[in-house]
Design a binder for this molecule. Structure first.
Ligand SMILES: NC(=O)c1ccc[n+]([C@@H]2O[C@H](COP(=O)([O-])OP(=O)(O)OC[C@H]3O[C@@H](n4cnc5c(N)ncnc54)[C@H](OP(=O)(O)O)[C@@H]3O)[C@@H](O)[C@H]2O)c1
Length: 352
């Protein structure tokens, strides 16, 4: 049980990120001082949206230059903070060397931030942004669970450096976080484990998140010949930010929290955009059959290997999201609202 003093600064690592942006906004609107640890505070395009929010909110923001791979580089930003949100971690399918580009920053970065928490006496709670990817790799993993549904008790045992290395990076990083947390008692650890995050980006100019890449593909015609029924979970970025906020400030928050609103699939997700945008944008109209994907998928997209298609397309995905609703009072937005609000930002900013 940890009571956090809202008059003390709060650290957000990776504050320039898609998910972190909405969390920083919420903190600033609550009048909190945010210590924003970012790689390139001098890059105005990356921080302009945060400065603008801070200018119109009661809270204030202060930037610190930090890198996941540089030991000790979060120390200054963490001084005097009781609460640390560790969101920074690469989320991309566009990598050449998965060890260097995904696993090292996720794992070494988590150790770096949490070992710094061990040195900074003011820290009482650390909230780590993990992922449902630390719980499962493929939709077939869901069917192999004891009750056919993902819960917080389940860990990903199928991802590796060679197969779905992003999921592997999130699994090893979250495991390391629990190992470090369990060796001490001054601060407690809470993890937020979102499924695929969608929802309006606060910065649509320099967005690196894979969420944004997927969203753009729905509107730029990449899926005009159809979308697969690839099972996954979906959640709104604003609900993920609220989940982090509650995980930080609700004294009784504990353990892992599956943060997923909808058990859905790629085709169903795109269809929420048909009523409003179907006439003017190339929103997919039909389901791509699994056999066709098996044939052409690996040639079109390196992430669509036959193994991945076999284990995800046409396979139902299910997660139990009752713990976060019960403990942290999160009410999830409907999928239609999430998707329409996301797409409208791309339209307004002429991204598509
Ligand atoms: N989006 C989703 O669907 C989803 C789902 C589940 C979990 N998550 C998790 O949510 C978190 C945020 O992801 P996101 O979707 O918001 O992606 P994002 O916009 O790309 O944010 C990733 C953040 O990590 C920072 N980062 C990457 N490598 C770094 C390094 N070496 N040193 C310091 N910072 C570094 C990036 O900094 P720069 O701005 O400098 O590049 C960026 O701020 C990640 O932990 C991700 O695994 C995301």
């Amino acid at each position: 049980m940890k009571d956090i003093d809202k008059s003390k600064p709060v650290l957000v690592t990776g504050a320039t990120g898609y998910v972190a942006g909405w969390l920083v906004k919420r903190l600033l609107e609550e009048g909190i001082t945010v210590h924003a640890a970012v790689r390139t505070p001098e890059n105005k395009e990356k921080v302009a949206h945060l400065d603008q929010i801070a200018a119109n909110a009661p809270g204030s923001i202060k930037y610190f230059k930090s890198d996941l791979l540089e030991e000790g580089s979060y120390k200054e930003a963490m001084e005097n903070c009781e609460l640390v949100f560790h969101t920074a971690s690469p989320f991309t399918s566009n990598y050449k060397d998965p060890q260097k580009e995904l696993i090292d920053p996720a794992l070494k970065g988590t150790r770096n931030v949490l070992e710094t928490a061990n040195q900074v006496e003011s820290v009482k709670r650390v909230v780590v942004t993990s992922s449902c990817a630390a719980i499962y790799t493929d939709a077939t993993d869901v069917q192999n669970t004891p009750k056919g549904i993902l819960t917080e008790d389940i860990w990903n045992t199928t991802a590796s450096l060679d197969y779905q290395p992003y999921s592997y990076s999130k699994t090893v990083a979250e495991k390391a976080a629990w190992e470090i947390a369990e060796k001490q008692s001054r601060w407690d650890l809470v993890t937020i484990n979102p499924s695929l995050v969608m929802g309006p980006p606060l910065n649509s100019k320099s967005n690196t998140s894979e969420s944004f890449t997927i969203l753009k593909q729905i509107g730029d015609g990449s899926l005009k010949s159809g979308a697969p029924k690839m099972g996954f979970g979906l959640v709104d970025v604003r609900d993920v930010a609220d989940a982090h906020f509650q995980a930080g400030f609700v004294p009784s928050a504990e353990g892992r929290y599956i943060t997923s609103a909808h058990n859905t699939n790629m085709f169903e997700m795109t269809q929420t955009l048909r009523p409003k945008y179907g006439e003017n944008y190339p929103i997919p109209k039909s389901v791509v059959p699994k056999w066709l994907l098996m044939l052409v998928g690996p040639m079109v997209n390196k992430n669509f290997s036959r193994q991945f298609i076999r284990k995800n397309v046409g396979v139902e995905w299910k997660a139990d999201n009752s713990k976060i609703q019960r403990d942290l009072g999160i009410n999830f937005r409907p999928m239609q609202e999430t998707m329409e609000d996301s797409f409208q930002v791309l339209v307004d900013n002429k991204v598509i």
